[in-house]
Design a protein around this ligand. Structure first.
Ligand code: ASC
Length: 153
């Protein structure tokens, strides 16, 4: 008991999202909807950037700045929205079970996404066109590194 309290205090002080287990079918379904909503917003901000990196869309530094900032904000939300462990319930999800076994790694990957999005914002602010493609590529690579481990598809 004392150890549990100490752990909770430490987790609070360190500010990390402490994993929470869904307590009912309804709770799990709602948490899954929220979790997927954050990813849909990330996707909607990433899609035009991907188009630019591929040369399908013209580079637009303003869109890059806006979307990179939004992706930083969404990356910050990821641990909160991912922390609810829905494994005990029958929810329609691509989340792999190990997401909740390796949560510290998930938090690290969310930080990496935020860092890549910060870099992209800087590059776009500086209008450094020679760096756009690589900076967008790094954001996409951080999406992929998490999907490879924790998303089944
Ligand atoms: C996207 C998108 C993702 C990532 C990922 C990167 O544009 O929707 O999920 O990039 O495919 O590998």
């Amino acid at each position: 008991m004392k150890r549990t309290i100490l752990f909770l205090l430490l987790a609070g002080v360190l500010g990390s999202a402490s994993a929470e287990v869904a307590t009912s079918d309804k709770h799990a379904k709602t948490a899954t909807t929220y979790r997927q909503s954050v990813f849909q917003l990330l996707r909607s901000n990433m899609a035009p950037l991907g188009g630019m990196a591929k040369g399908v869309l013209p580079y637009d530094a303003e869109v890059m700045q806006t979307n990179a900032l939004r992706m930083q904000q969404l990356a910050e939300m990821l641990p909160d929205y991912l922390q609810t462990d829905t494994r005990k319930f029958d929810v329609d999800t691509d989340a792999k079970p190990q997401l909740w076994d390796n949560f510290a790694d998930v938090e690290k990957k969310a930080e990496a996404l935020k860092a890549a999005a910060m870099k992209l914002e800087q590059v776009a602010k500086a209008m450094d066109e020679s760096a756009y493609r690589a900076a967008i590529g790094d954001v996409g690579a951080s999406c992929k590194s998490c999907h490879d481990e924790y998303k089944a598809d």
